[in-house]
Design a protein around this ligand. Structure first.
Ligand code: SIN
Ligand code: FE2
Length: 214
């Protein structure tokens, strides 16, 4: 019955905001098409290798700056060496609108990097902090396709307290302010829950960040 109830905005921690269904169906479709292009090159979407040698279960492609655990570079040194695709103005504008929707004011939000993560039916992401940026500007997270359980914790430890949030297609999650460096992760996705009309089998998550790098 839960799915018959409208999902409401929630603030799982100070500075962390969940806005369900923020993206329209058309925006989601446009993002799926754009992500498919970005995944094809100039840098191919790939699973990043962790410092311990294991591979992430999520596949990633980046815009603006290439990320690998745990640094940003302009060229994809661990993925063929290509020049990372440009971060488009329209995506920065979407990011400013997202920050305004979350906090009521976009401030001077100027994201210059995006990580596009693809989750197949078995992918997940362990608890971690986004802390390779030299800016405390908020992270904007957009989810498309299969829903997932997103665990949003605290800045001190990867353990409790945390809140488990169901992120569905079109949802916006922004974490800034006191929660900017909070631990978070994706426990699991719910395969097959995405709208087939999106033409996407799995889950896409796009995070926008300000790297603070020049
Ligand atoms: C991330 O933490 O970078 C991705 C989060 C998500 O997939 O929702
Ligand atoms: Fe993250």
């Amino acid at each position: 019955m839960d799915s018959l109830l409208p999902r409401e905005r929630s603030d799982p921690a100070p500075g962390a905001v969940h806005l369900p269904g923020w993206l329209s169906r058309d925006q989601q479709l446009e993002l799926v098409v754009a992500c498919r292009e970005w995944a094809a090159g100039p840098v191919p979407m790939r699973a990043a290798r962790m410092p311990n040698g294991s591979m992430m279960s999520v596949k990633t492609v980046c815009l603006g700056w290439h990320w690998q655990p745990y640094r940003y570079t302009r060229t994809a040194d661990d993925a063929g060496g290509g020049q990372v695709a440009e971060f488009p103005d329209w995506l920065a504008e979407l990011g400013r609108n997202a920050v305004a929707a979350a906090y009521g004011d976009p401030g001077y939000y100027a994201p210059d990097a995006a990580l596009i993560n693809f989750y197949d039916a078995t992918a997940a992401m362990g608890m971690h902090q986004d802390k390779d940026e030299r800016s405390a500007a908020p992270v904007v997270s957009l989810s498309i396709g299969d829903s997932c359980i997103f665990r949003f914790g605290n800045t001190e430890t990867r353990n409790k307290p945390w809140t488990d949030v169901a992120l569905e297609s079109g949802d916006l999650f922004v974490f800034g302010g006191a929660s900017r460096f909070a631990y978070h992760g994706v426990l699991k996705t719910h395969p097959g829950t995405g709208d087939p009309a999106l033409g996407l089998k799995g889950r896409l998550n796009i995070t926008l960040r300000e790297t603070g790098l020049a």
